[in-house]
Design a protein around this ligand. Structure first.
Ligand SMILES: NC(=O)c1ccc[n+]([C@@H]2O[C@H](COP(=O)([O-])OP(=O)(O)OC[C@H]3O[C@@H](n4cnc5c(N)ncnc54)[C@H](O)[C@@H]3O)[C@@H](O)[C@H]2O)c1
Length: 352
């Protein structure tokens, strides 16, 4: 399919190809939708097999950001950027400054931040050329993502068991990295029992020692006896192989793209497992960095208060799912699309 056809089909506004021979920069910025505000989304650095793969990835990710930002209640649109290259060997000051100039050329229509393959130091170089960059170390997103995931999990618990308390519940956590660790901390402090796994022995030992968790091997986590399964490692973990093994009543974790295919979300619904859509429950990180755009700069307490809203966002998703008789992953899309459509229709009034 041609690029313009694809853009028309999914409502993309702009695709910007950025090339700077001196620094070796080859980047693509995609602005999906700016109905709600400037497009915010990170810059990914990845060695794509071919340019088409880079385009496919950037448009998919940009659209995902529109939905995530809209459903999170942010006055922010969706965008994303990819830099084609090896993040271990191809980075330089010149490369990121060249990229920063392209970001600046969009005059605030696109705001960037860290993503897979980029780090705070890279954002510092971009910032030398543009102010349209957030997340430069002021606000580490992972603990806030974990906090939001915990809140979203409580909203699911309230739906299933009539109380948001997780005390005495058993939560199986897959992935004990930046987000998984803090999520386990919240759960432990609330009195939940933890069954955990990781491919890093070091990460497991820490959680076992600090929070009294029971460790299982990575492939055993799917069949673990638990009330809630929290994927916090990889995408596509809800699939044909894992679905028959799940014993949980709720899936609520931070990992992106947890459903291997959309139909797996339908199967969860049929099995009576409540699925907290990933982009709703893991929005804490973006809510946190978006706070830097407020007048006067970042305020941690204000950001956390906004992240508390994930509880309500999950409640809204569940309400739509019940009203329409559809799985929660579809209800999440409706929540985002409705907000974009509603705000898009607000009458423009002439400012004095
Ligand atoms: N960090 C954030 O703010 C944020 C925001 C939104 C979404 N997410 C998503 O949440 C997930 C976790 O993010 P993170 O920042 O904690 O990443 P991380 O890299 O710090 O942690 C991931 C952990 O998963 C473990 N892991 C990898 N493969 C595994 C396997 N097969 N079985 C069990 N464990 C495995 C890793 O060893 C690591 O400890 C990712 O999918 C990420 O995209 C993170």
């Amino acid at each position: 399919m041609g690029i313009f056809k694809k853009m028309e089909q999914h409502g993309y506004e702009q695709l910007v190809f950025c090339h700077d021979p001196a620094s070796g920069l080859k980047a693509i910025i995609c602005i999906h939708d700016t109905t709600l505000g400037p497009a915010l989304g990170g810059t990914r650095m990845w060695q794509y097999e071919c340019e088409e793969d880079a385009i496919t990835d950037v448009v998919r990710l940009a659209r995902g950001m529109s939905y995530k930002n809209a459903a999170a209640g942010l006055n922010i649109g969706g965008g994303k950027a990819v830099i084609i290259g090896n993040s271990k060997t191809d980075k330089s000051e010149a490369l990121f400054r060249a990229f920063g100039r392209f970001v600046q050329s969009l005059n605030g229509r696109y705001i960037t931040s860290e993503d897979v393959g980029t780090a705070v130091e890279d954002m510092d170089y971009i910032h030398m050329e543009t102010s349209h960059v957030v997340g430069r170390g002021v606000a580490d997103p992972s603990p806030v993502t974990a906090y939001g995931t915990w809140k979203g999990m409580k909203a699911c618990a309230a739906e299933v068991w009539g109380t948001g308390s997780l005390q005495g519940k058993t939560v199986a956590v897959q992935g004990l990295g930046h987000v998984g660790y803090t999520l386990c901390k919240h759960l432990h402090e609330e009195g939940a029992n933890l069954v955990v796994t990781d491919i890093s022995e070091e990460n497991i030992s820490r959680i076992v020692a600090e929070f009294g968790a029971r460790a299982v091997r990575p492939h055993e986590i799917y069949g673990a006896d638990c009330d809630i399964f929290a994927p916090c490692a990889l995408g596509a973990v809800i699939n044909d192989e894992t679905l028959p093994r799940l014993k949980c009543r709720i899936i609520a974790g931070a990992a992106n793209n947890q459903l291997k295919e959309m139909r797996h979300g339908d199967i969860l619904q049929d099995k009576g497992i409540l699925y907290a859509p990933d982009f709703i429950i893991n929005a804490g990180g973006v809510i946190n960095v978006a706070d830097e755009l407020q007048q006067g700069g970042y305020n941690h307490d204000r950001a956390l208060k906004k992240v508390d809203g994930i509880y309500n966002n999950i409640e809204q998703v569940i309400a739509i799912s019940k009203r329409e008789g559809i799985p929660t992953y579809k209800a999440a899309d409706i929540l985002a699309e409705t907000r974009i459509a509603l705000i898009g229709k607000v009458k423009k009034t002439l400012l004095p």
